[in-house]
Structure formats: C-alpha cells, structure tokens
Design a protein around this ligand. Sequence first.
Ligand SMILES: [Zn+2]
Length: 274
Amino acid sequence: MMQSTDNQSLTDDELLRYTRQILLDGWDIDAQLRLKAARIVMIGAGGLGCPASETLARAGVGQLHLIDDDVIEASNLQRQTLFLPEDIGQAKALTAAQMLNTINPLIKAFGTVARLSIDNAYELLDMASGLPDLLLDCTDNFATRDIINRISVRYKIPLLSASAIAMEGQLALFEPQLNTGCYHCVFGDATVANAAASDQAEQTADERTCANSGVLASTTAIMGSLQANAALQYLGLSKNPLAGKLLLWDGSRMQQRLMGYRLDERCTVCRELT
Ligand SMILES: [Zn+2]
C-alpha cells in the first residue's frame, strides 16, 4: 500500500479503509479529504495522547506529529494503550509514532523527543512550512498547559485541550482566531500559580497528578476518545462542537455537563499577545 501525497482525491486503499466513515450521514468524501490534508500537533503521548492519536490515525488524519520528552515506564501500561511491556525505557513519542504508522500506513505519524517551550515552538511545530491545523493538549501538568495555551494564542492555532484525573475529565476547543477566549480565560490565574508551582517541581508534576490522585484506566481512554471526536468534527466538518463550552465528564456518576465560558477582557494571556 502506497501513501498518497495527493490531497485532492482518495486512493482505492483509502476508500476501502474509510468506507464506514464516508457512509456516515453528514460525512462525505470531501470531509475525508479534509482529514487527509490536515496536520495535527499533539503535545503528550501518554494517557490521553495514546487513545486520541490512535483514533485520529485510524480515521485518516493525514499528518500526526507527537511531541513528548518522556520514556515509557511500567506504571504507564495501565492506560497508555500504544505501548507494550517490551517498550519500557523507550521514548514515548517515537514508539507511539511507529505504532500509529503500523496501524495505518496510509497516514504519516512522526514523533519528536523534546519539551515544548515558547522559544522552541516555532521550530518544533515546523511553522515555517505553515501553521498546524490543530494543537492537541494531551499533557498532565499546568506548566505545559500554560505554555501550549500561550503558543495557541500567539500564533492563532486552534487548541483542543483535554485533561483526565481520577474518574473525571475536562475538554475544550479554543479558537484564538475568533478571539472567543483561551484556556487562561476559563481557568484564570490558578493556571499561572499552578504553573509556577509545577515549574519548581518539574520532575514531580506527573507524580502530583497521577501518582497522588491516581487515574482510572477508562478515564484517559474516554477523554482521549472525546478529544478525537471533537478533532474529527473540527477538521472534517469545520465545526466546533464545543464552541464557548467546557465539557466536564464525571465517570463515577456517568454524567457529562457543558459549562459556558466567554473571553475574559482581563485575561493576561489574551491581552499580552494581541
Ligand atoms: Zn484568554
């Protein structure tokens, strides 16, 4: 099977693989072509990044770029679905990308072992060759969330942000090009305070979130899938199913709520960068 570089049409292999999707009401070849032409950058190839990227790869998103500086540990295997016991000690970004290319040879996944910062974002996200269509925040600490949000606002790249802890999760899709609010507009200075705290305790950020509070295997699987669900609609149908809404998932009660938000005129991130 050859990967097609032509984004104007689907090959026979692609038509066959994506047929159940193309058959969907409201989904068609054009939607599939938009997925094929899309480039997603995912920050974090762990509990959220694994299920989200697997679904996006299977669904036919043309380019998936995973950025993560972590290595696979035994305690990751409970929820990080792209990894096997023999992968322990390997780089998450590279192992995940390799698995995604194996799952779907018709797309292109690649991994970079790096820690994203404001300073290296332009180069790391390869913005010289154009902005990514969507940024996925699949991280587990406030310091990186704050950085990803600032990059999204500064370069006006849509940001699909997911989080998962214990049996709860949150999801939002920010569109800085529409000036409708950012992650900091919603969560306020708590994010900055927490970012400073986790900056000081950089090594323990993961432990504070996952080891102290724990996370049920299904929470990350569900939130990663919801994240993929929003990404596919956004890229395939140019529709934001979460416009102005924060999704809150409560796994213990099996409840999902949507909470409205809007641009905060006093948001330091939006004001500083626009
Ligand atoms: Zn803001």
